[in-house]
Design a protein around this ligand. Structure first.
Ligand SMILES: Cc1cc2nc3c(=O)[nH]c(=O)nc-3n(C[C@H](O)[C@H](O)[C@H](O)COP(=O)(O)OP(=O)(O)OC[C@H]3O[C@@H](n4cnc5c(N)ncnc54)[C@H](O)[C@@H]3O)c2cc1C
Ligand SMILES: *[C@@H]1O[C@H](CO)[C@@H](O)[C@H](O)[C@H]1NC(C)=O
Ligand SMILES: *[C@@H]1O[C@H](CO)[C@@H](O)[C@H](O)[C@H]1NC(C)=O
Ligand SMILES: *[C@@H]1O[C@H](CO)[C@@H](O)[C@H](O)[C@H]1NC(C)=O
Length: 496
């Protein structure tokens, strides 16, 4: 049964290849994805490869951080260079074959970098080149940040990358990118000098502020709407040893931790310091375990920044002076790997005592409400930044749509392990994040009425206006110019 459609599809290839070469049909008859996999395996250079179910490299290709973001595609295409990316897009576009583009596979929304059809994996685009004269780095779009940091470390430089292990270069930058250096230098997308873009028509172009200001703007937050980015040229920054790590506290010290965290938010203005506090509801204990991730961009922080937090008795602590790369490696990010998961990001102006209490209550309330639904963990992330983070550039970007509201990108993450409860967790995450934002507005944070949601954290179903605001009109026009046949509409993600 299973072989019949495949066989007839293969016949179609033979017949239509003749017709198309003769008449240059722009759009060809749709083919079964199996047949498109077959024709890609013949069209691409030896730099690329196509893998099928059963091959370990197929599993690596479709892998995601959250299992709920993984789908079994017909094949995985590991593209080896920009030229092959171009050929792939032309074939997929002509056949109207749904496809996925995956860099590090950390998308939390189902279908954003997965598909039942043709899965493109960027792993082979893994080169890092550093030019000590211009002090810029060229970084392949299929790398994870860990490897970029490791490659640049010998030169004493770093780039604005992700804050924990395993995250892809591609989705992170194309969505904005909050890093451990954002207080000092801004968003990761602000640090881009050039994008190497394969357009939906297969053409390879370098997009800079000079070459195409509108497209340069659009790629900074616009993900895969305009094609596939194969390489990023990035500004680098001096990077020596850093101070940082993680600390865990139980509920007995929660009031002290909350007070010290709110004080940190109010008083610390040193841009080298960053702090993330997370309330984790642990079902087996029916209590909250607090994680604090601390960072200072020098071997020792000046006194008065982290002391109050460090003085609170902790159940576990791993804070030290270390290389930046090893700092990223030791942070806890893998505890929920492989579960079903959802993120729901929401903007907050600043952490107040009231808001801190509300988030504690939310994690307990929903933790208990969802306890019987194979819940693995619930966490609420308070990501504190300085109000100046959006003012490091005067260049505009697709995200954030406005830079005059200094919102912070808080988020929450639920992890569970049975697909039967997907809808329950999604609904709860939307309700809880809305509740917190409404409470913050009621408390006087009225800027939140106009503050955008961060597209890399926003939960599926978030209206595009909420993330891109007034930029949306421009982005839609740009999309029509760059991709008139809507080839990129065949791939998942936020779609203009
Ligand atoms: C554990 C964890 C920690 C995180 N920490 C941070 C953090 O510190 N700061 C932060 O800002 N965000 C963070 N995020 C969010 C993260 O930035 C997004 O999930 C991001 O999209 C992941 O990028 P990726 O390449 O790994 O994802 P993927 O799933 O591979 O891709 C995400 C989206 O981008 C598209 N895409 C990827 N590469 C390309 C490309 N080269 N060309 C065109 N389109 C492309 C995909 O098609 C998909 O729609 C975190 C997420 C997780 C799960
Ligand atoms: C996290 O998981 C990845 C993939 O399984 C692994 O390579 C990495 O070493 C893990 N990191 C930590 C800190 O456990
Ligand atoms: C705790 O959170 C729930 C759910 O949002 C809410 O209904 C309840 O009123 C909150 N309780 C307190 C004391 O804030
Ligand atoms: C979910 O996780 C719990 C606890 O880790 C485990 O007992 C249970 O078997 C898991 N269920 C599934 C469907 O994997």
């Amino acid at each position: 049964m299973h072989f019949l459609p495949t066989l007839s599809a293969l016949l179609c290839i033979a017949v239509y290849a003749v017709i198309c070469n003769a008449t240059h049909y722009h759009q060809q008859r749709p083919l079964l994805s199996e047949a498109v996999c077959f024709s890609l395996s013949h069209a691409l250079s030896p730099a690329s490869a196509v893998y099928y179910p059963g091959d370990p490299l197929y599993d690596k290709g479709v892998y995601h951080y959250a299992i709920s973001s993984t789908q079994r595609s017909k094949c995985v295409v590991e593209v080896g260079n920009a030229n092959d990316v171009g050929k792939t897009l032309i074939i997929l576009g002509r056949r109207r074959t749904p496809f996925a583009i995956k860099s590090g596979g950390h998308a939390m929304n189902p279908g954003f970098s997965s598909t039942p059809d043709v899965h493109i994996s960027l792993y082979r685009l893994s080169e890092v080149k550093y030019d000590p004269i211009s002090r810029i780095a060229e970084v392949g779009a299929g790398l994870i940040w860990d490897d970029v940091f490791a490659a640049l470390e010998p030169y004493g430089v770093g780039v604005l990358g992700a804050r924990v292990t395993g995250i892809g270069v591609g989705g992170f930058i194309l969505g904005g990118g909050y890093s451990w250096h954002t207080n000092q230098y801004g968003l990761a997308c602000d640090s881009v000098v050039a994008f190497q873009l394969v357009q939906p028509n297969g053409r390879i172009i370098d997009v800079t502020k000079q070459s195409d200001p509108e497209l340069f703007f659009g790629l900074k937050g616009g993900f895969n709407n305009f094609g596939i980015v194969t390489k990023f040229t990035l500004k680098t920054y001096p990077q020596g040893e850093v101070w940082g790590g993680s600390i865990y506290n139980l509920e007995d010290t929660l009031p002290a931790v909350q007070a010290a965290t709110v004080a940190f938010q109010e008083k610390v203005t040193d841009p080298k310091a960053e702090l993330i506090m997370t309330y984790n509801y642990v079902p087996s204990m029916d209590q909250i375990v607090v994680t604090q991730l601390m960072f200072y961009d020098a071997p020792t922080p000046p006194s008065g920044i982290f002391d109050a937090l460090m003085d609170i008795p902790a159940i576990q602590s791993d804070v030290a002076t270390r290389s930046f790369h090893s700092f990223i490696k030791i942070l806890p990010a893998n505890t929920t790997i492989g579960g079903r998961a959802v993120y729901a990001g929401f903007p907050v102006m600043s952490l107040t005592r009231t808001l801190s209490e509300i988030m504690v209550n939310e994690s307990k309330f929903w933790g208990r409400a969802l306890a019987d639904k194979t819940q693995v963990s619930l966490s609420y992330d308070i990501e504190m930044f300085l109000p100046s983070i959006y003012s490091h550039t005067s260049d505009k970007s697709a995200f954030p749509p406005r830079r005059d509201i200094p919102f912070q990108p808080f988020t929450m993450a639920y992890t569970w392990n049975s697909s039967e409860f997907d809808a329950d967790f999604h609904t709860a995450a939307v309700a809880s994040s809305d509740y917190i934002v409404k409470a913050a507005i009621a408390e006087g944070q009225t800027e939140l009425l106009d503050a955008p949601s961060y597209p890399n954290y926003a939960i599926a179903g978030t209206p595009l206006e909420k993330m891109y605001g007034e930029n949306l009109l421009v982005l839609r026009a740009l999309k029509a110019r760059v991709d008139p046949d809507d080839v990129m509409g065949l791939a998942g993600g936020w779609k203009f």
